[in-house]
Design a binder for this molecule. Structure first.
Ligand SMILES: Nc1ncnc2c1ncn2[C@@H]1O[C@H](COP(=O)(O)OP(=O)(O)O)[C@@H](O)[C@H]1O
Ligand SMILES: [Mg+2]
Length: 141
């Protein structure tokens, strides 16, 4: 995993998933991945691809559950902070324990809600170009 900034354009959800799967296969836990982007940008699609890259199928959006956990050879936590207003709301859900898990990937939608209190290892910025095109910027500080 090299540090720096890479830019990609994808032309379909499948391409975004492939890119995410490739990223998943090129890194080792623990990693906290921040996924920035508007509603419908493709954050959940990215997580679905990332998980499939590690052999995990059936990723569903955690917008109501807050955190979904998947286990295969590694653990994947998929977090959606859309409804969270204050980082303190995440204590009951066990979020601050989860982010210390050395065997896990943690992927976070709406990371701006906690970027003051959590350090991210990988930052992904997804933006809408048109119906099926997205720009993805992957930054590894
Ligand atoms: N290139 C693309 N990459 C990702 N999603 C795409 C792309 N083109 C179209 N889409 C569609 O955009 C939507 C993205 O939804 P989702 O992943 O749930 O976004 P978010 O989690 O950011 O709100 C899906 O309906 C997906 O099929
Ligand atoms: Mg989503």
């Amino acid at each position: 995993m090299k540090t720096g900034r890479s830019e990609f354009i994808t032309e379909s959800p499948e391409e975004t998933k492939k890119l995410a799967a490739n990223l998943a296969k090129s890194i080792k836990p623990p990693k906290i991945v921040a996924l920035y982007g508007d509603l419908g940008a493709g954050k959940t699609t990215f997580v679905r691809g990332f998980a499939e890259g590690l052999g995990v199928k059936g990723v569903r959006s955690p917008s109501f559950t807050l955190i979904n956990e998947y286990t295969n050879s590694v653990k994947i936590y998929h977090v959606d902070l859309y409804r969270v207003e204050d980082p303190g709301e995440l204590y009951p859900a066990g979020f601050y324990e989860i982010i210390k898990d050395k065997n896990a990937f943690i992927l976070i939608e709406w990371p701006e809600k906690i970027q003051q209190v959590v350090k991210f290892d990988i930052l992904v910025y997804i933006s809408h170009l048109n119906e099926f095109s997205r720009k993805l910027v992957i930054e590894i500080p």
